[in-house]
Design a protein around this ligand. Structure first.
Ligand code: ZN
Length: 402
C-alpha cells in the first residue's frame, strides 16, 4: 500500500540500521534511545534519525514512563503491533479459513468460507479477494502483506482424480501475482503444511532444533522445521512423507507410483479399505468416528495405518533425530492411530534417536494454518532488510521473493 509523502526523503545513512533497531525493540533487548545507541554502537543523533523512520511507519511508539517509585519519567520505546494488518488464509480443498492479524500475529477477525478447488483458480481468487477485503475492512488499518497456505500438487492431483477431472489448473505464480496486484502488498504462498509447522514450532516447540510436523488427513504430508524455518528443498518438494514406499505394499498412488504411504495409510486409503470391506463411508472422519466408537474393523484399519506411518517416520527419526513429532489432521483424532504410530516408531527407530522423542497431537486449534501464514508474512515484512526497503520505497516490502 502506498504511503504518504510525509517524513522527508530518507537518506541512505539514516535508513541503514533502522531494521536492526526495530529488532532490538521488538525483542525487548533495548527500551530507550540510550540503550539502542549503546547496543548499536552509534551516536544518539544517528539513533534518533533511524527511529524517526520507524515512528513514521508507526512501528515504534515512545511513551513516558516512570520506572520504580522515584526518578524522572523516561521515554520508553515500544513496538506497535497495530501499525499494520496482515491478511492470511489456509486454503483447503473444500474450505478456507481466513483471518486478519496484527503484527504480533494476534487474530483481529476471521472467518471460514466454503470453497471447491474444482471450480478453478479464478473462482477461488475472486472468493479470497472478497473475503480479504471484508476482513481488512473489519480489522481496520494498513494492510502490509498477505500469506496463503495452499494444498500440495499431490493433494490437487488426488482431488482431481477423485472427482473425475483430468487435472487442476493451478499456477501458483499467477495466483500470487493476481493477489499482489489486487491488494498492492507483498504476497507469500507456501504449502499449508509448512505454514502449520511454523505456527506449531513458534507456539509449542520454540527450542527444538529439528521438529517434524505430520499432517495425517485425507492425505499424508509433512514439514521439517530446522532452526525455526520449514525446509522446502531444491524443488520445493521436501516433506513428501506420503510418497515414501511402504514395505510389502503395491497399491497405486496419485503420484503415479505404487506402494506409497499415502496409498495404504492415508484417510482416503482408509475410506477405500472400509468400502472394500462392505462399509458405507465416504470421509475419513467417519472411519475415525467408527474406530473411536469401538468398531473392531475400523479400529484395526486405523491402527494398521498408524503402524505404517510410524514405520516410515522411524527412518525420518533416524536421519534427523528430531526433538519431537507434532501431528495434525483427522486421523490424529483417533487414539488408535497415535497408538499405532508410537508402537512401530519406538520399535523400529534407533533407540538413541527415539529415546527422548516426544510425539504429540497439535495443541493449536483450527486457526493454526492462518497463524502460520500470518507469521511467515510478519517475519518477511519485519526482517531488517525488508524494513529498510519499506522505508526507502515507501511501500511495504519483503526482502527477496519467496
Ligand atoms: Zn505416491
Amino acid at each position: 500500500m502506498a504511503m504518504s509523502e510525509r517524513g522527508g526523503t530518507p537518506t541512505p545513512a539514516s535508513v541503514e540500521g533502522a531494521g536492526q533497531l526495530l529488532q532490538l525493540i521488538r525483542t525487548g533487548h533495548a527500551r530507550t534511545v540510550t540503550q539502542v545507541a549503546a547496543a548499536m554502537g552509534v551516536a544518539r543523533s544517528t539513533t534518533l534519525q533511524r527511529l524517526e523512520h520507524l515512528q513514521h511507519l508507526d512501528l515504534v511508539r515512545s511513551e513516558l514512563r516512570t520506572e520504580g517509585s522515584r526518578g524522572r519519567p523516561a521515554a520508553v520505546l515500544t513496538f506497535h503491533p497495530r501499525a499494520g494488518v496482515v491478511l492470511a488464509a489456509h486454503l483447503g480443498l473444500t474450505g478456507a479459513r481466513a483471518a486478519a492479524t496484527d503484527l504480533d500475529g494476534q487474530v483481529l477477525a476471521d472467518r471460514f468460507v466454503t470453497v471447491d478447488v474444482a471450480q478453478g483458480p479464478r473462482a477461488l481468487l475472486d472468493l479470497l479477494q472478497r473475503t480479504f477485503d471484508e476482513l481488512a475492512h473489519e480489522a481496520g488499518g494498513t494492510v502490509v502483506g498477505l500469506g496463503v497456505g495452499t494444498p500440495s500438487t499431490f493433494e490437487l492431483k488426488a482431488y482431481a482424480r477423485g472427482h473425475g477431472l483430468s487435472a487442476l489448473d493451478w499456477d501458483r505464480d499467477h495466483f500470487r501475482d493476481v493477489l499482489a496486484e489486487h491488494h498492492q502488498v507483498p504476497v507469500l504462498l507456501d504449502l499449508d503444511v509448512n505454514m502449520l509447522a511454523l505456527a506449531e514450532h513458534r507456539a509449542s516447540w520454540p527450542d527444538a532444533e529439528v521438529l517434524v510436523c505430520v499432517k495425517a488427513g485425507t492425505l499424508i504430508d509433512a514439514s521439517v522445521v530446522v532452526h525455526g524455518v520449514p525446509v522446502r528443498g531444491a524443488n520445493r518438494l521436501a516433506g513428501e512423507l506420503g510418497h515414501i514406499k511402504v514395505v510389502g505394499a503395491d497399491d497405486p498412488c496419485a503420484c503415479g507410483s505404487a506402494g506409497c504411504l499415502d496409498a495404504v495409510a492415508s484417510g482416503s486409503a482408509l475410506v477405500r479399505q472400509m468400502v472394500a470391506a462392505g462399509h458405507q463411508v465416504d470421509h475419513v472422519s467417519q472411519v475415525v468416528q467408527r474406530a473411536e466408537d469401538g468398531d473392531p474393523e475400523a479400529a484395526h484399519l486405523v491402527r494398521r495405518s498408524g503402524r505404517r506411518i510410524g514405520e516410515v517416520l522411524s527412518s525420518v527419526v533416524n536421519l534427523l533425530n528430531p526433538a519431537g513429532i507434532s501431528m495434525w489432521g483427522y486421523l490424529t483424532e483417533s487414539e488408535s492411530l497415535l497408538a499405532g504410530v508410537r508402537e512401530s516408531l519406538y520399535q523400529t527407530a534407533l533407540p538413541g534417536s527415539s529415546e527422548h522423542l516426544r510425539l504429540a497431537p497439535t495443541s493449536l486449534g483450527p486457526l493454526a494454518g492462518v497463524r502460520g501464514a500470518a507469521l511467515s508474512v510478519i517475519d518477511a515484512v519485519l526482517e531488517p532488510r525488508a524494513v529498510e526497503q519499506t522505508i526507502r520505497t515507501r511501500s511495504w516490502s519483503v526482502a527477496g521473493r519467496q
